[in-house]
Design a protein around this ligand. Structure first.
Ligand code: SF4
Ligand code: FES
Length: 226
């Protein structure tokens, strides 16, 4: 029987005890130390997409910048969750994301914290920041695959699959509450309006949202057009 190996590291000057296999983000969260995240969800596999959780790590005299939601804890490393460079990286990341979703409340809050200029980059208001939370939640937690990624690189976006969404989404809607920009809900409504207006499988249910931390606007049925 293997015992959990304890690993001691330093985060923001505090000695933290973690176990092998934990990420730096998990160790920090366990100790009550805040690191901003946009694509992380405790029920999902680490994704490492948004890079907002970047921290400074000093190990054997070397300083590097790592994505804390995928970076494993290691003995005696020294982690700084804020520094001039970390803050600058986060500021630019928020500015880039705001070109896509300038009015997302979470980005507005982060912009205030890091002094980000929401108009720094040319607007390309796709409203989705491609954090993948909706896609991964639907796949890993719900196992429905009603929403997926399409295209790649800069053109990557999410899309609901009408045949699945018609039967599954109205009864769930859990991705709406974890989407940082409200785009998941908008994309679902658009899919419904275009592909299966008035044909939802089940009537309105009261919310089953896991952690209703984000504001969700109640959905009104989309009427069939004739
Ligand atoms: S719709 Fe929302 S949850 Fe889904 S990838 Fe885009 S921003 Fe993330
Ligand atoms: S939370 Fe770590 S990369 Fe998004």
């Amino acid at each position: 029987m293997s015992e959990m190996t304890e690993i001691v590291l330093t985060i923001d000057g505090q000695e933290i005890k973690a176990t092998a296999g934990m990420t730096v983000l998990q160790a920090a969260q366990k100790a009550g130390i805040y690191i901003p995240t946009l694509c992380h969800h405790e029920k999902l596999e680490a994704f490492g997409g948004c890079r907002l959780c970047m921290v400074e790590v000093e190990a054997r005299g070397w300083t590097s910048y790592v994505v804390s939601c995928v970076y494993p804890v290691a003995k005696d490393i020294v982690v700084r969750t804020r520094s001039a460079k970390v803050d600058k990286i986060r500021k630019v990341l928020v500015e880039e994301l705001m070109a896509h979703a300038p009015d997302a409340p979470e980005l507005i809050r982060l912009a205030e914290e890091y002094g980000a200029d929401r108009n720094r980059f040319e607007r390309d208001a796709s409203f989705c920041i491609v954090c993948g939370l909706c896609v991964r939640y639907c796949n890993e937690v719900k196992q429905k695959n009603a929403v997926g990624f399409i295209d790649n690189g800069a053109r990557r976006e999410i899309s609901f699959i009408p045949e699945v969404a018609k039967d599954e989404c109205w009864d769930c809607q859990e991705c709406f509450t974890i989407c940082p920009t409200s785009y998941a809900q908008a994309a679902y409504l658009l899919t419904e309006a275009l592909a299966f207006p008035g044909q939802r499988k089940v009537p309105i249910k009261t919310t089953q949202a896991p952690e209703p931390t984000r504001r969700v606007i109640p959905i009104m049925p989309v009427a069939a057009t004739t």
